[in-house]
Design a protein around this ligand. Structure first.
Ligand code: NDP
Ligand code: 8X3
Length: 253
């Protein structure tokens, strides 16, 4: 493998940051993006001794900014071998009928439009790499399994799954692989964001159980991206052992 370049969105926290650390350990060069510049700079400093790091402050919702950032990648960070489409969020874990429309738009703009923006911009570079290149998309169990308060978040992750499968069809013959990784409950800043910064609510969700960690998912991302070129994991659903499904809810008189 000569061009070990990984491009990670949402590298400022959670899965994205842990994934940056995992690929750095293995000597990959890193393109790290997110909106919080201070965190990108901290991570670059932390990983400087291990890997070449290029950081770019980026909001994935801005298609022009995404295209410009990818076009301006320094030669040492091209072509990209692995794209980790990780930037995403859930908002408003309340009944659909109480949600403000802006929150639905933010989830669609980030998890759907943002992911599509980045994929479109990076795809030529992945095609240049060809055999062994990968797109790893962060879906969710919420994309397959409905639950109260999941409304648009789950729907965006269903999009991620189907977009991943459809990309596989079009990319057949190019060597570029596509995986939808669908984690269950994992302790990151995800619930803090989802609850509008309610640390107590976030702590309560994870207390008394054993959620996945960011490092658990980073390990899965690294695994699918470094399999032999002829293997494509289409979808990887990963839950904590202590999480499972529940019974149907019945409305009674
Ligand atoms: P975190 O909140 O810890 O991290 C989310 C990352 O996404 C941050 O780095 C954030 O960076 C970035 N991000 C959010 N909005 C934007 C944007 N508009 N432009 C660029 N970057 C953005 O959550 P997780 O690490 O848990 O989540 C990562 C992915 O995994 C998400 O897609 C999430 O839906 C998915 N997921 C999470 C699960 C969980 O239980 N934690 C389970 C299943 C899936 P910044 O704010 O600096 O822009
Ligand atoms: C996040 C995991 O279980 O909150 O995608 O939907 S869950």
């Amino acid at each position: 493998m000569n061009n070990k370049v990984v491009f990670i969105t949402g590298a400022t926290s959670g899965f994205g940051r842990a994934t940056a650390r995992r690929f750095a350990q293995a000597g990959w060069s890193l393109v790290l993006s997110g909106r919080r510049t201070d965190r990108l700079e901290e991570l670059k400093k932390e990983l400087a001794g291990q890997a070449a790091v290029h950081i770019a402050t980026l909001d994935v919702r801005d298609a022009d900014a995404v295209a410009a950032m990818v076009a301006a990648l320094p030669a040492a960070f091209r072509p990209v071998r692995c794209l980790v489409n990780n930037a995403g969020l859930a908002l408003a874990p309340i009944p659909a009928q109480k949600v403000v429309l802006k929150d639905w738009h933010t989830m669609i703009d980030t998890n759907v439009t943002g992911l599509v923006n980045v994929t479109h911009a990076v795809l030529p570079s992945l095609l240049e790499t060809g055999a062994g290149a990968s797109i790893v998309n962060l879906g969710s169990v919420a994309g397959s399994w409905p639950y109260p308060g999941g409304h648009v978040y789950g729907a965006t992750k269903a999009f991620v799954q189907q977009f991943s499968y459809n990309l596989r069809c079009d990319l057949q013959g190019t060597g570029v692989r596509v995986t939808d990784i669908a984690p269950g409950m994992a302790e990151t800043e995800f619930t803090l964001v989802r609850t509008g910064g309610d640390q107590a609510a976030s702590d309560k969700l994870y207390r008394g159980t054993t959620p996945l960690t960011a490092e658990d998912i980073a390990e899965q991302i690294f695994y699918v991206a470094t399999l032999p070129d002829h293997i494509n994991i289409n979808r990887l659903e990963v839950m904590p052992t202590r999480q499972a499904w529940s019974a149907f809810a019945i409305d009674r008189d």
